[in-house]
Design a protein around this ligand. Structure first.
Ligand SMILES: CCCCC/C=C\C/C=C\CCCCCCCC(=O)SCCNC(=O)CCNC(=O)[C@H](O)C(C)(C)COP(=O)(O)OP(=O)(O)OC[C@H]1O[C@@H](n2cnc3c(N)ncnc32)[C@H](O)[C@@H]1OP(=O)(O)O
Ligand SMILES: CCCCCCCCCCCCCCCCCC(=O)OC[C@@H](O)COP(=O)(O)O
Length: 377
C-alpha cells in the first residue's frame, strides 16, 4: 500500500475531514442565520450571499469525491446542448439507484458553475439533518412530505418563490420518489401492471404529480428538462464511506436536453409523457448493461480547482484552533477536561455517522414499499 493510499484509508484523516466539515458547516449555518435581516432589506442580495455560503459547504463533499477519492465523471451528451449547460435554468430528472447519486449530481453542478444555487425536491426529513438540511432552508430547497394532499399547496408555493431567483439553477427531481430496492421495484411494477403500463427493469415507476407541478410552476423561467441517467463502471455500488476512504469510482452520466415547450401542460398528458421518458431511460440502462456505454459522444467537463481551494482554506483555518486545543488539553492534564473532550468527540463522530447513514440505501424509508399511501415514512 502506498503512503497516499495509507493516508486516505487512515482513521485520523477521516476524523480530520469530518472535523473540518462539521465546524465549517456550523459556522456557515450561523452566518446564514445572520443573513435573515438582509432578506428584509435586499432579498436578491441575500439569495446571492446564501448561494456562496451553500457552495462552501456542498463543495467540500464534491472535493472529497473529485480530489480525495479521485472519482472520474464522464458525460455523454449532445455537443450542441453542451454550451447551454450552466447558462440556463433547468429541471434535472435523474434515476435514483445509488447512494452517492446526489453527490455526482453536485459534481456536475460544480463543473457547470451552478452548485451554490442547485435545487431539489427533497423529502421533509432531510430538512432536519444538521448543516446540510439547515443550509438547504436558506438555499430555498423545496421540501415535500410525499403526501400529495399536503404537498400540493406547499410545493406550489415554494416553486413559485423560485420564479425570480437571481442565479441560474438546476432543479433536481427524483421522480421515482425513493431509492431503488428489489422489493420497492416489485411493488411499483405491480402498480404499473394495474395501470396498464409497460414494466421497467432498472427504474421504479415514476411519480408524476411532482414532475407536473414543477414543470407547470417553473414554465417560462426554466428552459429545458435535462433527462439524466447515471451508472457506475464495473457494476459497483459506490458509497459515501467509500469516498471518505479514498476509493476511486467511475461515473457515467447520459444527459439529453429536452426543451420545456415540448412537455404537455395537461396533467394526464404530462404524466403519460413522463412514463414514456422512463421507458426510454430504461432502454438506455439496458444498452449500458450490455455495452458499458451510453449513446453519443463523451464531452466531459474538466474538474475545477475551486472545491479543493475551498477545502484547503477551511482546513488551514481550522487546523490552528485544533492544534491549540490539543496542546492545552495535554498541558492542563485535567482528567475532567480530557474526559469531556473525549465525550464531545464521540458525540460528534456519532452525529457524522448518522448523517452519512442518511445516504445509505439499507436505511431507506419504506415509502413505495406499499401500493397504498399509508405508512410512508
Ligand atoms: C446530472 C445533474 C444533476 C444535477 C443535480 C442538481 C441539483 C442537485 C441538488 C441537490 C442534491 C441534493 C440531493 C438530495 C436528495 C433528496 C431527494 C429526495 O428526498 S427524493 C424524495 C422526495 N422527492 C420525491 O418524492 C419526488 C417525486 N415524488 C412525487 O413527485 C410525488 O408525486 C409527490 C409530489 C412527492 C407526492 O407524493 P404522493 O405519494 O403523495 O403522491 P403520488 O401521486 O406520487 O402517489 C400516488 C400515486 O402513485 C401511485 N402509487 C402508489 N404506490 C406506488 C408505488 N409503489 N410506486 C409507484 N406509484 C405508486 C398511486 O397509484 C397513485 O397514482 P395516481 O397518481 O395515478 O393516482
Ligand atoms: C467532506 C466530507 C465530509 C463527510 C462527512 C460528513 C458527511 C455528511 C453528509 C451528509 C449528507 C446529507 C445529505 C443527504 C442527501 C441524501 C440524499 C438521498 O439520497 O436521500 C434519499 C431520498 O432521495 C429518498 O429517501 P428514501 O425514501 O430512499 O429513504
Amino acid at each position: 500500500m502506498s503512503l497516499v493510499q495509507l493516508l486516505k484509508s487512515h482513521f485520523l484523516s477521516h476524523l480530520f475531514i469530518c472535523y473540518v466539515f462539521l465546524v465549517s458547516g456550523l459556522i456557515i449555518n450561523l452566518l446564514q442565520l445572520c443573513t435573515l435581516p438582509l432578506w428584509l432589506l435586499n432579498k436578491q442580495l441575500a439569495r446571492k450571499v446564501n448561494c456562496r455560503f451553500a457552495y462552501t459547504v456542498s463543495s467540500q463533499l464534491v472535493a472529497a469525491l473529485e480530489w480525495w477519492s479521485g472519482t472520474e465523471c464522464s458525460l455523454y451528451t449532445d455537443p450542441k446542448s453542451y454550451p447551454l449547460y450552466g447558462k440556463e435554468n433547468a429541471i434535472v430528472v435523474l434515476n435514483h439507484s445509488f447512494e452517492i447519486d446526489f453527490l455526482c449530481g453536485w459534481t456536475f453542478c460544480e463543473r457547470f458553475g451552478v452548485l451554490g444555487s442547485s435545487k431539489v425536491l427533497a423529502k421533509k426529513e432531510l430538512a432536519y439533518v444538521p448543516i446540510i438540511g439547515w443550509m438547504w432552508y436558506f438555499q430555498e430547497i423545496v421540501f415535500c412530505k410525499r403526501k400529495w394532499e399536503e404537498d400540493r399547496k406547499t410545493v406550489t408555493q415554494s416553486l413559485q418563490n423560485l420564479r425570480d431567483y437571481p442565479e441560474n439553477y438546476w432543479f433536481l427531481l427524483y421522480c421515482e420518489g425513493t431509492r431503488f430496492t428489489t422489493e420497492k421495484h416489485r411493488i411499483s411494477m405491480q402498480v404499473a401492471e394495474t395501470k396498464g403500463l409497460p414494466k421497467l427493469k432498472y427504474h421504479l415507476l415514476p411519480r408524476t404529480k411532482g414532475f407536473w407541478v414543477t414543470v407547470q410552476n417553473l414554465r417560462g423561467t426554466v428552459a429545458a428538462v435535462y433527462d439524466s441517467t447515471l451508472n457506475f463502471r464495473n457494476n459497483v455500488m459506490p458509497t459515501l464511506l467509500g469516498i471518505l476512504s479514498g476509493k476511486k469510482y467511475h461515473a457515467d452520466l447520459y444527459v439529453r436536453r429536452i426543451p420545456l415547450d415540448v412537455i404537455p401542460e395537461d396533467e394526464s398528458e404530462c404524466a403519460d409523457w413522463l412514463h414514456k421518458l422512463y421507458q426510454e431511460k430504461d432502454s438506455f440502462q439496458d444498452g449500458y448493461m450490455q455495452t458499458g456505454r451510453y449513446p453519443g459522444p463523451i464531452v466531459s467537463p474538466p474538474r475545477r480547482p475551486w472545491s479543493l481551494i475551498n477545502w484547503l482554506f477551511w482546513s488551514c483555518l481550522l487546523l490552528y484552533p485544533l492544534g491549540l486545543l490539543l496542546a492545552q488539553l495535554i498541558i492542563s492534564g485535567s482528567v475532567m477536561t480530557i474526559l469531556s473532550t473525549v465525550v464531545l468527540c464521540t458525540a460528534a463522530s456519532v452525529g457524522v455517522r448518522w448523517m452519512i447513514g442518511q445516504t445509505e440505501i439499507n436505511r431507506s424509508s419504506n415509502y413505495g414499499s406499499k401500493t397504498t399511501r399509508q405508512n410512508n415514512n
